[in-house]
Ligand binder design. Structure first.
Ligand SMILES: Cc1cc2nc3c(=O)[nH]c(=O)nc-3n(C[C@H](O)[C@H](O)[C@H](O)COP(=O)(O)OP(=O)(O)OC[C@H]3O[C@@H](n4cnc5c(N)ncnc54)[C@H](O)[C@@H]3O)c2cc1C
Length: 220
């Protein structure tokens, strides 16, 4: 099984039994979402954390943004990045606030961004689109040349990655288990509602297969 090297940077020290470093676990968590938080040190050494959507292909995360935006200019300037993705799976209700917790799957990794060249740009955008709404790329018109020009696509090698996963019931102190009162887990997940038509949608238009598939993916 392929795994990321464990170094001082990515070694999970707090609750290490929850850590994983193998590609399969990291990819599974990345593929279960499409929004990451991108952290970097920017203007006047201030740390920034900016949410962005992404697409993964193999060991690469593709990001995109307006070429004129601050984040794109920061990231193309060779800034060091820390990217994280988290899924909340539940609130863990313990018998004390001390042991109250969250069930989650998260990934953190450290890397740098590289601008994707014109040849790779369309493929990279396709992968972002496929990651979020598989099949949609085939249903829409191709990007126009001015749109491509206005968009910078960044390629981030997934490196120094760690996953951390908490599952299961509360981990109460043995002395608390006999206390009266409820304890357990409130499971949480992201659920799609029925798609809402654009108010200016042409009459008689059905929800297309790619959108139906997204609804199904996030259905209960
Ligand atoms: C939804 C959620 C809520 C949380 N709430 C709290 C909270 O309220 N208080 C709290 O103390 N902790 C919380 N955690 C755990 C938190 O993310 C850290 O793991 C923990 O605080 C230890 O941080 P540290 O920097 O001391 O970790 P260390 O173990 O020293 O971190 C070393 C390295 O391990 C990796 N790492 C650390 N945490 C994670 C992670 N979550 N996922 C992937 N890699 C990781 C990083 O590469 C990091 O550089 C929460 C986690 C999640 C996902």
């Amino acid at each position: 099984m392929d795994s990321y090297s464990v170094t001082d940077l990515n070694k999970v020290k707090r609750a290490p039994h929850r850590a994983a470093y193998d590609h399969a676990t990291v990819y599974e968590i990345l593929d279960a979402g499409f929004v990451c938080q991108v952290g970097f040190v920017g203007h006047e050494q201030t740390p920034f954390i900016i949410p962005m959507s992404y697409g993964r292909r193999d060991n690469v995360l593709y990001l995109h943004g307006a070429s004129s935006s601050r984040i794109v200019q920061m990231l193309t300037g060779g800034a060091k990045l820390c990217i994280q993705v988290t899924h909340i799976d539940g609130i863990v209700i313990a018998r004390s606030m001390f042991d109250t917790s969250v069930n989650y799957r998260s990934v953190v990794f450290f890397s740098e961004a590289e601008v994707v060249n014109d040849e790779e740009k369309l493929t990279a955008l396709y992968h972002i689109s496929e990651h979020i709404t598989p099949g949609r790329w085939q249903e829409v018109r191709e990007p126009r040349s001015n749109e491509l020009k206005a968009t910078t696509v960044l390629k981030v090698i997934i490196d120094n990655a760690s996953a951390k996963i908490r599952t299961g019931p509360p981990n109460d102190d043995a002395r608390d288990v006999a206390l009266p009162g409820w304890a357990g887990v409130v499971p949480l997940k992201m659920v799609a509602d029925a798609p809402v038509n654009d108010p200016v949608l042409r009459e008689g238009k059905e929800v297309p297969p790619s959108v139906r598939a997204v609804v199904l993916k996030y259905s209960q």
